[in-house]
Every structure is written in C-alpha cells, then in structure tokens.
Design a protein around this ligand. Sequence first.
Ligand code: MLT
Ligand code: ZN
Length: 481
Amino acid sequence: MTALPSPEILLNAMQAIVGANGCLTADADTEPYVTDYRKIYHGKSPVVVMPSSTEQVSQVMAWCYEHGVPVVPQGGNTSLMGGAVPDDSGTAVVINLGKMNRVMAIDPVNDTMTVQAGVTLSAARAAAEDSKRLFPLRIGSEGSCQIGGNLSTNAGGTAVLRYGNMRDLVLGIEVVLPDGRIFSSLRGLRKDNTGYDLKHLFVGAEGTLGIITGAVLKLMPQPRASAVAFVAVESPEAAVKLLGEARQVSGQAVTAFELISAPALELVLEYLGNAPSPLADRHDWMVLIELTSGADEDSLNATLMEILEAGLGNGWVVDAAVASSLSDAQTFWRIREEISDAQTRTGGSIKCDISVPVSRIAGFIGKASAEVLALEPATRMVIYGHMGDGNVHFNPLRPKDRSAKDFLAQWYKPVSDLVDGLAHAENGSISAEHGIGVAKRDDLNRYKSPVELQLMWQVKRALDPKNLMNPGRVLPQLEDK
Ligand code: MLT
Ligand code: ZN
C-alpha cells in the first residue's frame, strides 16, 4: 500500500484546485462537517473542501484517486445514519457541496428544473414555486438538506404517497466518478430506453459510488386546494381502513397520511412549550391527513368531510379537527414535523425506520410494541410517520425516570435488533427511507441475501476499485454464508 500524501501536500493540492477559501483545516472550522446532525458520530478530516463547480469536483476527485485519498461526499449533513461524516481515522477529505447551490434552469414546458447538487430542498421548492410549479419532496430538514443528499439517500418524507420518493422525481443526474470522470444525463428526458439506466445506481448509494453534482428534477402542477385534518383513530388497524376509504373516495388527492402515537404527540407538545393539542381529549392514535387537488377548496373540503363521516360511521374515527385556515394546517404540520427534533432534545430514542406492506403495518405495530414493552414497560412508544407507505418511525423512548444514556446503553442494540427482525419477518425493510450509513451497515449481513450483497460489492468494485468513496459506509464486510 502506498503511503498517503502528507497533510501539507494534500492541502496544497486542494488549495490549487478550489482556492484557499474553499479549504477548511482548523478543528473549530471543520467540526460542523465531521460531526453528524444528531451529534452521535464524530470523525476527523485533514481538510474539508468546498468546490464551486463540477470541474473543480472532478479535479479534486482525480487527485484523490491518483494519491489513494478517501473521500466523503457531503450535502447538508442531515443523515440520521452517520452516512455523511468521515470516520475518525483522519484520512478522508470531506467534499462539501454547499457552494454549488445554483438553480441552473427551469423549463416550464418540459416541467423540469436543473439544479446543482448543493441547492437546499427549500430553495428548490421555492424556485419551483416562483415558476408557479411544485417540486413535491417534503421533509422536515428541508432548510438544510440538499438535493445531492436527497438523491444519494433516495429521500422520502411526507408526500411520497402522492408523488413518490426521490428516485421517482429525478430525470437525470450529473456525477463525478471516483477517478474524476464526469457522467451526465442532464437531458430532461422522460423516455430513454438505451440500455442500463445508470442514474439509478447513484440514487440511494449514499456517495459510495461517486459524487452527485447536479440533477434534472420533475416539476408538477401546483395544487389549487388543500384540506388538512388531525384525526383521532380507534387503532392502527382503523387508520389503515381509513386510508383505504380516503383513497377510494378521493383518488389521487391523498397526499399525506401520517400516523402519530400518543407518546409522540405528548413529547412534541411539551417540546413546543406545552402547545395545545389539536384535539380536546387524549387518544392513543392519530393521523394527519392532507388532501390536495386542482379542484376548488369547497369540493375538496366536502371530500374530506365525506371521508371523515365514513370513518365515524364505521367506528374508525373517534374525533377530528379540520383545519379551517392555512395557519391551522401549518400548526398541525408543525406538530408532525417537530417529532424528530423533540426526540433528539430529550436525549435520543432508539431510531428504527422500518417499512412493511401496508396490509401488515398495523399487525407489526401491535406485535413490536408488545415485545418492547415487555422488556421495559414504561418505555414511551414514539411511533409516527408515513403509514400510507407502510413506513413508520418506530422509536422507543426512555421512560421519564430513566436517563437517556442508561436506557440507550441497555436497549439500543437489543431493541433495534428485535424491531428490525420483526419487520424483516413481515417482508419488511430495516431502513425505509433513512438509508444505511454506518449505523445499519453491519445489519445488512443479516437482512440481505448473499446474492444481493455480492452484487452490491461487484457494483462497488466496478465503479470504485480503490474503495475510496465514503469508505466503511453502506456496504458491510462480506461474511461467509
Ligand atoms: C421524519 O419523518 O420526521 C423523518 O424521517 C425524520 C425522523 O424520523 O427522525
Ligand atoms: Zn420520515
């Protein structure tokens, strides 16, 4: 193995490409780029490089490839799985895309938007809105997460039910390969059957195959009307039935269908300064429903009422608060979107992000909850998320009288193994939308078949033969099976 270049040689090379202003080396400056969003993973890097063009990324990558220097691609650093920060060996260069933040073109006839990878999701959404279009990806971290990271993790969020996840929203990408070559499919084509669709290799690869530098995204018509309700349901089973009814009655209008357990609501209301609940009484289970359409408000509200009345008639719905203004709708959504940060604030929970077929989600929740509560009965079952996709964030939280440190030390591994195992047994996934990063990497040995793992490594070796791209992330060491 050839020795890595000295820090001085590395820094000089990086500065020659991106300029002195594009390189951070002091610990105080690099800290936000080597520590993850939840402050669980702390790594080291000799230099954080901030290129301002694809050409610069290409030169950085070519130099690192030639000299055997590992590279960690980074967008807004909001990965929940430790996928965007380096390990603590101090060898990997972090390439942060934050300076590549231009919306390059909007084509309202083709309904596409071409962006650099460092555009934040909220800036992409705002640019679409300025052109009277919608870019529909919606996640809580939209102010900081970036399009390149959204693509690299195949981000989902609260509007997947209607619009799909990032894989469904991208028409083309530009990627710099580990050796510096540039692959581009930024053509905005909806049809192109000319062989392998290479862009999909990089979507969801968490920067292990190359670094995404640009994308062509799909735009949608802006909905003219939206109707939102915060609904108490009798049980998760009842919620699934209500979802079926909502789809039957409103067709494509169901945009979000988010489950919220009582402990999740209680936690977030406390975090929001003892904010009032949208509902008068305590209920074990709630759903936030949003319908959107190109029709007028009145007819959409009538559709929502029809759904809720059917739910009441069938005993699925126990109570409901219907948003009567934009501000009501925003309040309901704020409650839902702050659940994640509320957990971090209270010391963190056991974060499981599972999906199962929608037909099995209620059974899974019942079984997994009972098994976790049998281990530690006062655990707060913070369960929430994208029930319409069969995806819930199943996040057991410490009992109020236990410290987060003790609870997590005792239960993180056994409980996440238990929950993931139950999801797997229901044909589910152990990571529905948060990715693998380093947090779930070794678990893949248990949940992916030997053939899947071999194929993943074959692809990895073909594209990144020196194993320099985000090393130690996503792909587990192969075990003999
Ligand atoms: C969410 O749905 O709020 C996000 O996936 C983040 C999280 O669950 O922590
Ligand atoms: Zn989510």
